[in-house]
Write a protein that binds this ligand. Structure first.
Ligand SMILES: [Zn+2]
Length: 236
């Protein structure tokens, strides 16, 4: 294989390398991972928030229970006094009766609010279970994505390594002068300073090659550049 043909292979290999590196850098898994990470953080926060509410509710219920007990005790005492026969004055009896009624109403109300508070507590317990399940599910998804991402990254890195080894081998077969001009021209032609000539046309700019250049291309040692675009021409 002529030096130019080898250089053309090198160009194609380096283009593939650039593509692989770009793919590795822009893997969608990175942004998906970031998104899931923030979802996991949100889910964890939701658990913490619900747990705080649950604790508050627990304390509230405890206070309510104590209050209810107090009212109940008080009500019992009033009822006992009422039926003990110790109160003789009708006015005092009337007052005691109305106090007893008020206390009974208060007791009923306290029991009712306590019941509602307990229902709210149960709802919060359910909410915690849901939040925990949600957190676990997202975490699981994150772990799966991590595994899949690591696999993708490893696959790409292996391919890059393989290409780099092949590139080094090719470079050893090409003279330093030619390599140097290829290196200098590479940025200007976006990685494609070499063009194949197919059916008398430059593969880089699609312009016909003059007969003079075509003749010079017959010499495998000659480095011929396209008169139109300036790329090094490789006979096919
Ligand atoms: Zn050209």
């Amino acid at each position: 294989m002529g030096e130019l043909a080898t250089l053309y292979d090198l160009q194609q290999l380096e283009l593939e390398l650039d593509r692989l590196k770009k793919t590795l850098k822009e893997l969608p898994v990175y942004s998906e991972f970031k998104k899931l990470q923030s979802e996991v953080a949100d889910a964890k926060e939701a658990i913490g928030w619900t747990e705080t509410k649950l604790n508050e509710q627990r304390k509230r219920i405890k206070r309510m229970e104590m209050d209810a007990e107090k009212v109940q005790q008080e009500s019992k005492e009033v009822q006992a006094k009422l039926y003990s026969g110790a109160v003789r004055s009708s006015k005092e009896l009337e007052q005691l009766e109305s106090k007893g009624k008020a206390l009974l109403r208060e007791k009923d109300k306290a029991e009712e609010t306590l019941l509602l508070a307990m229902e709210a507590y149960e709802e919060l317990e359910t909410a915690i279970t849901t939040a925990k399940n949600n957190h676990n599910a997202i975490n699981q998804k994150l772990r799966e994505l991590q595994q899949q991402g690591n696999k993708e990254i490893k696959g790409l890195k292996d391919r890059i390594q393989h290409c780099q080894a092949a590139r080094d081998q090719l470079r050893e077969q090409i003279g330093s002068v030619l390599l140097e001009s290829y290196g200098e021209m590479r940025p200007r032609f976006h990685g494609r300073p070499l063009a194949r000539v197919v059916a008398g046309i430059c593969g880089g700019c699609r312009v016909s090659i003059s007969s003079n250049l075509t003749n010079r291309l017959c010499n495998p040692e000659a480095v011929v550049t396209c008169e139109n675009c300036g790329r090094m021409l490789v006979p096919s």
